[in-house]
Design a protein around this ligand. Structure first.
Ligand code: GDP
Ligand code: MG
Length: 162
């Protein structure tokens, strides 16, 4: 069994862009379930030589919904089946209450979690990631998924905790 890594987080934070960075080619796509499983997408990732299964999720719901609707989705199932969760947040948008709700859920699980602080772009890392320490999920892993920046160090961080 390959280790399973799940990408979770609000819509539009860059989960699918990261998924593509990890899988690189279309051939890597193992299965794409829509309908019943609502956008859970499995791909094979090669992390600096180690094969893993990576799961992209369609995104947790909007800002003014409660924890139940936020987490009552395929993301819960993806978290359950994962060996490691990559919780992706958006540094351009800043910290949101939905991020807080997701973090609260993840802190109650006995799962390994890495917080990916995406959309760093040209900004100062320290400044834009700082608000996300409030999530209390440990170290933050800065990336600019669209340019693949930070992806290699993220892969190394994943291998260190798997
Ligand atoms: P998802 O809904 O979480 O899967 O997010 P997507 O991967 O579909 O990305 C949402 C949008 O954000 C797309 O237009 C991406 O091109 C853009 N995006 C992803 N990563 C970055 C980034 O690092 N910087 C910027 N500026 N845009 C990004
Ligand atoms: Mg997506």
């Amino acid at each position: 069994m390959l280790p399973v890594i799940a990408l979770v987080g609000r819509p539009n934070v860059g989960k699918s862009t990261l998924f593509n960075q990890f899988t690189r080619s279309r051939d890597a796509l193992v299965a794409d379930f829509s309908g019943l499983t609502r956008d859970r997408k499995y791909g094979e990732a090669n992390l600096l030589g180690r094969k893993c299964m990576i799961v992209d999720t369609g995104g947790l719901s909007g800002e003014d919904e409660g924890i139940d609707s936020v987490m009552a989705s395929q993301s819960l199932a993806a978290i359950d089946e994962a060996d490691l969760v990559l919780f992706v947040v958006d540094c351009r948008a800043g910290l949101t209450s939905t991020d807080q709700m997701i973090a609260n859920h993840l802190r109650k699980q006995s799962k390994k979690v890495l917080v990916v602080a995406n959309k760093i772009d040209g900004n100062n890392h320290d400044v834009v990631v700082a608000p996300f320490y409030e999530l209390a999920l440990g170290e933050l892993h800065p990336t600019t998924a669209t340019h693949g920046r930070g992806v290699r160090s993220l892969m190394q961080a994943i291998l260190d905790v798997l």
